[in-house]
Design a protein around this ligand. Sequence first.
Ligand code: GLU
Length: 417
Amino acid sequence: MREPTDGMSPFEAVNFFFHGAADWLGLDDQTRQVLAGTYREIRVQVPLRRDDGSVETLYGYRVQHNGARGPYKGGVRYHPSADLEEVRALASLMTWKTAIVDLPFGGAKGGVQVDAASLSLTELERLTRRYMSQVSYIVGPYRDIMAPDMNTNAQTMAWMMDAYGQREGHTLSIVTGKPVELGGSLGRDAATGRGAVIVLDQAVKDAGLAPEDLSVAIQGFGNVGSWTARLAKAEGYRVVAVSDVNGGVYDPRGLRVLDVLDHVRASGTVVGHPDTETLTNEEILELDVDVLVPAALGEVVTSANVDDVRARIVVEAANHPVTPVADANLADRGVTVLPDILVNAGGVTVSYFEWTQNIQQFSWDEDRVNAALREHLVTAYQRVRDFARTHETTLRQAAFTLAVERVATAAHLRGYV
Ligand code: GLU
């Protein structure tokens, strides 16, 4: 058994889970070396002209981790912590994520190291166009397809598509998560949150529990957190706390989530929503709730706070929110951790549907998108659960093992390794 340690970089942490799966599969060293590394990494200089005329030199990345199962696929984030090591970790998670839900894609991720909140809309547009043109040599509708991630959205994708089209000709399938008016898929905006609630529902049913009896705290109220809150509430869960970068709000009787959304639209934050108690982002992780959903940054549950996590189900809507040391602690305590590569795969699943709709020049109605999303995630969940039950592993070990097996098989069949 491998022992996790504190201080692992994000990529080392993902590879810790990868090696656990590779051990279980008895994967040979050559295949291991290929799958633990990345295929291509680029770092590009992105000079940004600010509105005041000054120029700031930013850096952006695109990491293509593994393409054995299809074109590289993954989002682009704008965040101060988006350095090469973090982007590598996120790219590798995309390889395992697309494999576990059986999408014909490989894994990639991009990032620009910048505080997006400090930029105006016109600065964001210039940054996005410049980044896309700097990396355009390695992307393409059958090479590498980008999508939104932290601090990027449908508008960002519209600019990216436009910038790529100026060079290569109009190409809808170069990015997913576009505005619906520009070839985006119905249901894509809600897809990651919808997927998280679908996976949670399956686990809740398996545990013989009912949504109405469960309280939920959600850290993060961006695209993923806010959709998870809305859809969880609609399924009958009592959503008692949500937070954003400014802090959180708590009401043990259950929040009126749509009112919280209105409050955010009006004031820019959840904090200050009437009749709620204010919390910090640390406190929300330690609330006495049944279900905890980290839906924002990575590495928020660590050896420093894991003993204070009181939830019995942790739903990883964010990417790598739980460090390996914390993960082992939760497993020892019998806490069910629903792993990121399954829980947040709904976004890339509907991205796949968007890509296929674009290629066929056809569009699906929202019911079709949501039904196909459910089918993909329930099938993946059941495979993971059955593996975990049969082999007495955690759901994470099960998910990684099934994903690594699929990627290794594809790499072998292609003669790549
Ligand atoms: N950024 C999302 C993720 O981490 C979606 C990626 C995509 O749709 O390609 O899964």
